[in-house]
Design a protein around this ligand. Structure first.
Ligand code: ACO
Ligand code: ZN
Length: 217
């Protein structure tokens, strides 16, 4: 009896189930040609986008046993900027964000977490003057909404994190945490920013869980 049930479940999965690609992380339906085509396109773009060969005089701002963090500034050579743009595009594709023009593009700082020859994490920070605290909503469901309720009292802040992203297969290895630690240390010369001085803009559910844990709020 049990064997028969199992057979039905397996058959169902093969036919209707979704697969997660082990290299690009995309979840798609392998049995659907359109989905498969879309996956192939994304797959190539993704692998090309996160490939990192490195460059002369890269600005290494932190080193770890499993990688390093490189800072890219707006005045850097075009190949560095191009890499940042490629990564940001992939991140926006994954998050479903539309192109957001940074408020002061010439002041943006991008931190890339590099593992061997790949970009596995990215944090984009920009100077801000104020932020609005996200109010906790005890009855809100965790998954559904991106519209968190915010306080309408502005609080002073220094650094806005407009994007934080970690490669799907490298999550929960403290890469995001190390990126934020590094930003706090490098954003303003000579001081370590407190968690009150940094703000996450428009957080996703993942981003909010991380930020809450990171800031201990
Ligand atoms: N669910 C619950 N807790 C989480 C999650 C999660 N998805 N992600 C992080 N945390 C908490 C955990 O407590 C974790 O510590 P633990 O693993 O010891 O329990 C702690 O935060 C630190 O997590 P890290 O390992 O440093 O986080 P990670 O490297 O996995 O990156 C990130 C987190 C960036 C949110 C990642 O999940 C991601 O890229 N998600 C998709 C992109 C995204 O949504 N980015 C945020 C957009 S909002 C914005 O950009 C401002
Ligand atoms: Zn893939």
């Amino acid at each position: 009896k049990g064997g028969k049930d199992q057979l039905i479940i397996d058959a169902g999965q093969k036919h209707f189930g979704t697969t997660m690609c082990k290299s690009c992380g995309m979840i798609y339906t392998a049995s659907n040609p359109e989905d498969e085509m879309q996956h192939l396109q994304y797959h190539h773009r993704f692998l090309e986008g996160i490939k990192y060969v490195g460059w002369k005089r890269e600005r290494v701002v932190a080193e770890f046993w499993d990688g390093k963090i490189v800072l890219v500034l707006p005045q850097d050579p075009s190949y560095a900027i191009k890499k940042v743009e490629d990564v940001q595009e992939l991140v926006d594709l994954e998050l479903g964000f539309h192109q957001v023009v940074p408020m002061c593009p010439n002041k943006t700082k991008t931190f890339l977490f590099i593992d061997e020859k790949r970009v596995v994490g990215c944090l984009i920070a920009e100077p801000i003057k104020q932020a609005f605290r996200v109010l906790s909503e005890p009855n809100a469901t965790k998954e559904c909404s991106r519209a968190w309720r915010c306080s309408d009292v502005p609080e002073p802040a220094v650094c806005g994190i407009s994007r934080i992203w970690v490669y799907r297969l490298k999550r929960r290895k403290r890469i995001a945490r190390r990126l934020v630690d590094t930003v706090r240390n490098c954003f303003m010369f000579g001081c370590f920013l407190s968690t009150n001085e940094i703000a996450f803009s428009d957080p996703t559910p993942d981003g909010k869980l991380f930020a809450t844990k990171y800031c201990n709020t």
